[in-house]
Design a protein around this ligand. Structure first.
Ligand SMILES: O=C(O)c1cc(C(=O)O)c2c(n1)C(=O)C(=O)c1cc(C(=O)O)[nH]c1-2
Length: 240
């Protein structure tokens, strides 16, 4: 006998339970928060996270391409504009590149992918492929890791201001601006998933999508952590 569909409250609780798998528990993030990363390790993280940021609009365009509901497409378009900006020199991507520069990275070195790790590319591309090939509702469910990201971003900004003071304040913008937007995006996405995943099978698929996304994020940090074991101390900012 197949199980009945979850109630909205139970489904919401089951989605929230994925906080246990979220990357705020990853050892690399824990070290970041404790101020234990060297400058080179933090730069490696910033340069590799850039690839994830850069691919988000293509992921979101795939969600839109697969979605037949006009009002969903209209609202989801805001995500693309948020990252790409309404014009050159604006938007989340610009803020991330300012973070990179404030941390002492050349913008070109971030953009040309020379610091990109294979594992980060592989995991990020898997997320974009997922959005291209799976039903739009599953991709929306995959984005629900953002239910958990606002607290993490605030924690990270506190850590940067406390432990990594060599990063100029001009690099703080992304994590200052993003948490309320992420919270609003996540609330919207949660409402869509509850409304459009009505059967038990659709709910199971949404939960599996969120689990997959947690794996994507965790794998990225595994790759960064592994590579950062080989980085050397350099620069005055590493002096205690
Ligand atoms: O800094 C973070 O920890 C973090 C996490 C996540 C996330 O949980 O996927 C996103 C972001 N940042 C982010 O900045 C962002 O724009 C974003 C979009 C999405 C998504 O899946 O559509 N996740 C995230």
């Amino acid at each position: 006998m197949t199980s009945p569909a979850r109630t909205p409250a139970q489904f919401t609780a089951d989605l929230h339970a994925y906080a246990e798998k979220y990357w705020h528990h990853h050892p690399f993030h824990l070290r970041l928060h404790e101020g234990e990363l060297t400058a080179d390790q933090l730069r490696l993280w910033i340069a590799n996270r850039w690839y994830y940021q850069a691919r988000l609009p293509q992921k979101d365009a795939a969600v839109i391409a697969n979605c037949p509901v006009a009002e969903v497409r209209r609202r989801w378009t805001e995500r693309i504009v948020y990252q790409d900006g309404a014009a050159d020199g604006q938007g989340g991507h610009e803020e991330w590149l300012r973070l990179a520069e404030a941390a002492g990275l050349e913008r070109t070195a971030v953009l040309d992918g020379s610091l990109l790790l294979p594992g980060v590319r592989f995991a990020t591309d898997a997320y974009v492929d997922f959005a291209r090939t799976r039903p739009w509702t599953e991709s929306v469910a995959a984005s629900l890791t953002e239910l958990f990201s606002p607290d993490l971003m605030r924690r990270r900004l506190d850590a940067i201001k406390t432990h990594y003071t060599w990063i100029a304040p001009s690099g703080h913008g992304y994590f200052t601006d993003r948490p309320p937007v992420a919270a609003a995006d996540a609330e919207h996405a949660l409402g869509l998933v509850i409304a459009h995943c009505a059967t038990r099978a659709e709910q199971d698929a949404a939960l599996a999508a969120l689990s997959f996304k947690c794996d994507v994020l965790w794998s990225m940090l595994d790759a960064i952590e592994h590579a950062s074991e080989g980085t050397t101390e350099s620069g005055p900012e590493n002096a205690a």
